[in-house]
Write a protein that binds this ligand. Structure first.
Ligand code: HEC
Length: 133
């Protein structure tokens, strides 16, 4: 009986370990955003020139000029960059887009340190809104 328990346990352990080393699936996993972020509204007035410059410096290489996810670096990534022009993207709140840009995840870099002024990140949120179809 003890032996049987032990083998079940070690079998489970092996499965868990295998799952941990599995390559990430091609479809992006849902990205959960804390409720306090979801409720945030964009506090800055849109400055399109500044926003476009920020986007071009930090985001275009992966997300592409139009935000379609077809930047020059996109092909080297394992994860899809998403499509900022899509209805699915645009239906999220300002705060959700802000949160994702700030925090990043896996291949999406965190911009907390790279863009330390949060108002600049809000400018980028405006810019991504402007890429809607
Ligand atoms: C090195 C490539 C790379 C750069 C540079 C990059 N991103 Fe991303 N971004 C990604 C990837 C890959 C994902 C998808 C991540 C995931 O789903 O796990 C992503 C996802 C996102 C998302 C979520 C998309 C969705 O469908 O909800 C937002 C918002 C975003 N990026 C904004 C930005 C902004 C703004 C910048 C510039 C400040 C930027 N990204 C720079 C690769 C990049």
């Amino acid at each position: 009986m003890k032996m049987r328990m032990l083998s079940i346990l070690s079998f489970t352990l092996v499965i868990v370990m295998l799952m941990a080393f599995m390559p990430s699936p091609p479809q992006n996993a849902p990205w959960s955003v804390p409720d306090n972020y979801k409720a945030m509204k964009n506090p800055v007035k849109y400055d399109k020139t500044a926003a476009a410059a920020l986007y071009s410096t930090h985001c275009k290489s992966c997300h592409g000029k139009e935000g379609l996810g077809d930047g020059t670096k996109a092909a080297q990534l394992k994860t899809k960059c998403g499509d900022f022009s899509s209805a699915a993207f645009q239906k999220q709140s300002d705060g959700a887009i802000f949160y994702k840009t700030m925090e990043g995840r896996d291949e999406m870099p965190s911009y907390k340190k790279k863009i330390p002024d949060q108002n600049d990140i809000w400018q980028l949120v405006h810019y991504m809104r402007g890429l809607a179809e």
